[in-house]
Design a binder for this molecule. Structure first.
Ligand SMILES: NC(=O)c1ccc[n+]([C@@H]2O[C@H](COP(=O)([O-])OP(=O)(O)OC[C@H]3O[C@@H](n4cnc5c(N)ncnc54)[C@H](OP(=O)(O)O)[C@@H]3O)[C@@H](O)[C@H]2O)c1
Length: 266
């Protein structure tokens, strides 16, 4: 599988590491570009890949193109490579708020396009990537996208009208979670724990609880009940959280980010 990464920045690098470290690494050949010669050299030295700045050459080298530039750069890049595109190509764009219709239009309508929303834990292979396939995408092409992004975490598919919500939840979500970890760590310090221990307790508690939800497949409320002994300590903590409106605050955070994602399209 010949993969061309257009825009080898933070997210592009995460994908290169994932593909390199996957059990299936021999089935991927990766090519990549950046905008400047300087960053191409820097990334080449760091990743041991031949990275250049010619997107048209990259398009002729690869069959699957991962568009990883900033959203406002997507149109110019796709218009530039359009003469090299053929029906053998598949474009997978991770550009926030750029629709499959825009990708198809800007690239001249010659190939299929999938919109993807990954998140930063892809950098350590624990990402969440959500896809929305354009109308001409075949099941085999979606399977290719799942295979590539499956090397850096979990994947899911939704219809495109839900992608702003995906951005608001899993795309921006790591920032909400870091805030929660930071707050729990502060709480640990307040009750006398050393900072390092408090942060470890907060982060590992969050990770273990998240794994319980994923692995047991039970409703989070049922798992919460397991921790909550009648007249015990946890119910007092939960009461304080309800009093502070934690639930509605998190819901409002996702709504605000979803609204912002929608507004980016103007
Ligand atoms: N970060 C996140 O949490 C996140 C989550 C989901 C989706 N995304 C999406 O991922 C995309 C990339 O984000 P990022 O954080 O990885 O950005 P980034 O680190 O700034 O990387 C952007 C890369 O694009 C390159 N580039 C710019 N114009 C180019 C061109 N004409 N040809 C080839 N390469 C070009 C840049 O090269 P130079 O360094 O030479 O300029 C840089 O390597 C964005 O569209 C964003 O919406 C990000």
């Amino acid at each position: 599988m010949k993969i061309g990464i257009i825009g080898l920045g933070k997210m592009g690098e995460a994908l290169v590491s994932g593909l390199k470290n996957s059990g299936d690494s021999k089935s991927f050949v990766v090519y990549a570009t950046t905008r400047s010669e300087e960053s191409a050299k820097e990334a080449s030295d760091k990743l041991g890949l031949a990275i250049h700045t010619d997107n048209r050459k990259l398009t002729s080298q690869a069959d699957i193109l991962l568009l990883c530039v900033k959203p406002h750069q997507a149109k110019a890049v796709l218009e530039k490579i359009s003469p090299e595109l053929t029906s053998r190509h598949l474009i997978i764009s991770i550009c926030a708020a750029v629709t499959t219709q825009q990708i198809v239009e800007w690239s001249g309508g010659k190939c299929a396009a999938i919109r993807a929303m990954p998140n930063t834990p892809c950098l350590i292979g624990q990402g969440m990537t959500v896809f929305s396939p354009g109308f001409q995408v075949k099941a085999s092409q979606l399977a290719v996208a799942e295979k590539i992004f499956g090397t850096v975490g979990l994947t899911a598919v939704v219809e495109e009208s839900l992608m702003d919500g995906v951005t608001g939840l899993s795309g921006c979500g790591p920032a909400y979670i870091y805030l929660i970890i930071e707050a729990l760590s502060e709480a640990g310090v307040k009750v006398g724990l050393p900072r390092k221990v408090a942060t470890l307790l907060a982060a590992q508690t969050l990770m273990g609880s998240a794994k319980m939800v994923l692995e047991r497949g039970e409703h989070p409320a049922a798992l919460k009940d397991e921790v909550t002994t009648p007249a015990g300590c946890t119910i007092d903590g939960l009461m304080a959280l309800e009093d502070g409106k934690l639930r509605v605050t998190l819901i409002k955070a996702v709504l605000a980010a979803t609204k912002r994602s929608k507004s980016l399209r103007g």
